[in-house]
Design a protein around this ligand. Structure first.
Ligand code: ATP
Ligand code: MG
Length: 469
């Protein structure tokens, strides 16, 4: 009793080892709407239970159900081994070598089934900074709960009797909209620094407050991210950027001091007015698409995030005497190379980014056959949407975006008229500090915001970043 009181005073109410017995809530207490639960997820838990195993929905799905949000995917946790799970379903695949999980497929729908994980032993292999490298034992349900990251992510829902099992005070935290690490925050962040990014993502996405004890160590522990394999950081960044709340997430990352070194671009870009406006528009555009359930392209978004770095280097190469086009390619190389270490940008995404950037000077050439050729470019829509973002951010004259909008819509003679139109000086060079000229048409800036086709038409759509679809 006294111990409990002291723990509570010290904010250790989730002290892991003591929570072997969950609080169990019935449907009236938790208020989950069973209609929000996927029928395939129910088929999985039912089959497992009929075969004599325990099976629950777990993690983000339960959290979202409690918040009244329709979960985008459903994970199942069970005491059956992967082999035992696989045998129960017609289309089930064991994935992963170290810690195996089972993908159960129903048409396109995927239910991920994970065997309860065991407690983390003190002598598991760790790197020099304390990051756990391998920890793949099976265990009991209460041990599985301890290993999860936040109290709100460690609840289990049994569709059969509609009960929720809460091991770490997730329900009160859902009610008070609090994000709280299970156990001692320093220890949990050190074990897996990706959790630092996850705090930020969930806080921004759910609009939750980070509990002070969880929040306190974030700033000092931020550099630990540098020791995490780039591919994992990249995966987490994609989840963050395509959460539908990217803008809020990046602001929160900045607030928590997590943006330094993580995405080098954020250090600079968010601090320069032109770059910030550009990035804001791009992220706002992506958030809107995600929320509308439209496909999004990682290539387009990363091209936007890094554009002002490219511009800066492009100008520097030009100033050093390079011709404009080779200068742009050199700048793109520099930026992509610098980011590959940190972000493990996949080759496909990097290729999309380069295409979008390289297309930009071609929008300046508005004579002869050039515009017709550009229209036929495979990624024209992406390049054009990118151009509109540049206009809307004030980087270049709105006139050029309007011209291209008209050119696309015009018929043959209309296009010839546009080509014959006496142009102002070609659009301001990228990054010129010159303020945007007055808009000629009020509506022009808004097109960039919808950014419809560029992202959709970009073959990057449906890539790893589009996992939220
Ligand atoms: P989302 O809605 O974004 O998918 P999620 O909570 O389902 O949110 P996932 O990354 O799908 O997030 O992870 C599923 C569950 O696995 C989490 O809810 C959490 O319980 C557990 N988990 C995931 N990553 C970690 C981690 N790094 N450390 C501890 N537990 C984790
Ligand atoms: Mg999930």
């Amino acid at each position: 009793m006294i111990k409990k009181f002291i723990n509570r005073l010290l904010g250790r109410k989730n002290d892991a080892a003591r929570n072997n017995e969950p609080v169990v809530l019935g449907p009236k207490e938790h208020g989950i709407d069973p209609k929000l639960v996927s029928s395939n997820a129910i088929r999985v838990t039912q089959s497992l239970q009929e075969a004599g195993f325990k099976a629950f929905l777990v993690g983000g799905a339960v959290r979202d159900l409690l918040l009244g949000i329709k979960p985008k995917d459903f994970d199942v946790a069970t005491n059956a081994t992967p082999e035992q799970v696989k045998r129960l379903f017609r289309r089930a695949f064991i994935i992963g070598r170290r810690f195996q999980i089972v993908h159960v497929m129903f048409g396109q729908d995927l239910i991920e089934v994970t065997t309860f994980r065991g407690a983390t032993a003190d002598d598991v292999p760790k790197d020099a900074h304390g990051r756990v490298l391998r920890d793949n034992t099976f265990g009991d349900q209460h041990e599985d709960a301890v290993r999860r990251d936040f109290t709100i992510n460690a609840m289990y829902y049994n569709p059969a009797d509609q009960s929720v099992l809460d091991y770490h005070g997730g329900i009160p935290d859902i009610r008070s909209r609090t994000l709280r690490v299970i156990g001692v925050p320093e220890v949990r962040f050190r074990e897996d620094p990706v959790r630092l990014l996850r705090v930020v993502r969930f806080a921004a996405k759910l609009g939750f407050t980070i509990d002070p004890a969880t929040r306190e160590p974030i700033k000092v522990m931020a550099p630990l991210i540098n020791n995490v394999p780039a591919a994992r950081v990249f995966d987490e960044m994609l989840k963050l950027l395509f959460s539908g709340h990217a803008l809020a997430c990046l602001q929160q990352l900045r607030k928590e001091g997590l943006h330094h070194g993580l995405l080098p671009l954020l250090d600079v870009v968010l601090e320069q007015p032109l770059g910030e406006k550009f990035v804001r528009l791009a992220l706002g555009n992506t958030d809107e698409r995600v929320r509308q359930g439209k496909p999004v392209s990682p290539g387009f978004l990363f091209a936007s995030l890094l554009w002002h770095q490219v511009v800066e280097k492009w100008k520097a190469y030009e100033a050093a005497g390079e011709h404009s086009l080779p200068a742009l390619h050199l700048a793109a190389d520099d930026v992509l190379n610098a980011q590959t270490d940190k972000l493990a940008l996949q080759r496909k995404i990097a290729g999309d980014m380069r295409d979008i950037w390289a297309m930009q000077p071609r929008f300046d050439r508005r004579v002869g056959k050039s515009p017709y050729k550009l229209l036929e470019h495979l990624r024209f829509r992406a390049g054009y949407d990118f151009l509109l973002l540049r206009c809307a951010s004030g980087e270049i004259d709105e006139e050029i975006g309007e011209w291209w909008t008209e050119f696309q819509d015009a018929d043959g003679p209309g296009r010839e008229l546009l080509l014959a139109r006496k142009l102002k000086k070609p659009g301001e060079k990228a990054g010129d500090a010159a303020p945007a000229r007055k808009r000629r048409r009020k509506s022009s800036g808004t097109r960039a915001k919808t950014g419809e086709e560029g992202q959709a038409a970009n073959p990057g759509a449906g890539g790893p970043g589009a996992t939220n679809d």
